[in-house]
Design a protein around this ligand. Structure first.
Ligand SMILES: O=C(CO)COP(=O)(O)O
Length: 248
């Protein structure tokens, strides 16, 4: 049985003060959650959020990191810096990073390897565009992403991986994939992992759905056989909404 994981991706939102106030409000609301609870603030809020979340069941993730250990990479953050702070998770390859910051399957793959090397749990984002879905190439696109992004990862690493299936056309648009659509596609991703590794690993990898997840949609989504959680954008910014999702 896979443990569900609900993560909030705050994207470029919340100042340090706002972030701390959010955690203070969220803590009592999610203290009995049955799933893993994760919030992913911006780099500048990580320290304050880690401190505010101390002693609670809320884990903290970063939204990105570089694949090099250190050096002349102005504006970037290295894995060891996150690990030393106590960061548990890191989102890798979000579609916004792929779209606006030239993230490729090659850099995603390097980052995944680095995250595992530093014992930070990666949440790998994959997903197809509207054009790709309408062109009936969703499965090819996802299979290619899985193959390239996971290249060279060990079976043990993949068993501990979280994958977030986020159809790009459902992000921030209010258009959710239907639960059946999401389940079917996530089932396909699991099959792809099985083909590359084996059925045992495919059964272990946790796969979230992401894209306009709301308190009103989560119950049905979590009732689906392949959906192990959610990566939540907009609805993770209000403690009340996010707690309702966490306590699905
Ligand atoms: O991109 C997302 C999470 O990473 C989804 O964002 P929304 O929930 O705002 O659609």
């Amino acid at each position: 049985m896979r443990k569900a994981i609900i993560a909030g991706n705050w994207k470029m939102n919340k100042t340090v003060k706002e972030a701390v106030a959010f955690i203070d409000e969220l803590k009592p609301l999610v203290k009995d959650a049955k799933c893993d609870v994760v919030v992913c603030p911006t780099f500048v809020c990580l320290d304050a959020v880690l401190k505010a979340a101390e002693g609670s069941n809320i884990k903290v993730g970063a939204q990105n990191m570089h694949f090099e250990e250190s050096g002349a990479f102005t504006g970037e953050v290295a894995p060891a810096m996150l690990k030393e702070m106590g960061v548990h998770y890191v989102i890798i390859g979000h579609s916004e990073r792929r779209q606006y910051f030239n993230e490729t399957d090659e850099t995603v793959n390097k980052k995944l390897k680095k995250a595992f090397e530093h014992n930070i749990a990666p949440i790998l984002c994959i997903g197809e565009s509207l054009q790709e879905r309408e062109g009936n190439i969703t499965e090819e696109v996802l299979a290619t992403q899985v193959k390239l992004d996971l290249a060279g990862l060990t079976a043990e690493q993949v068993a501990n991986l979280v994958i977030a299936y986020e159809p790009i056309w459902a992000i921030g648009t209010g258009k959710t994939a239907t639960s059946e659509q999401a389940n079917e596609t996530i089932g396909f991703i699991r099959k792809t992992v099985e083909k590359i590794y084996n059925s045992e690993i495919a059964e272990k990898v946790r796969i979230q759905y992401g894209g306009s997840v709301k308190p009103a949609t989560i119950k049905e989504q979590m009732s689906m056989s392949h959906i192990d959680g959610a990566l939540v954008g907009g609805a993770s910014l209000k403690a009340d909404d996010f707690s309702k999702i966490v306590n699905f």
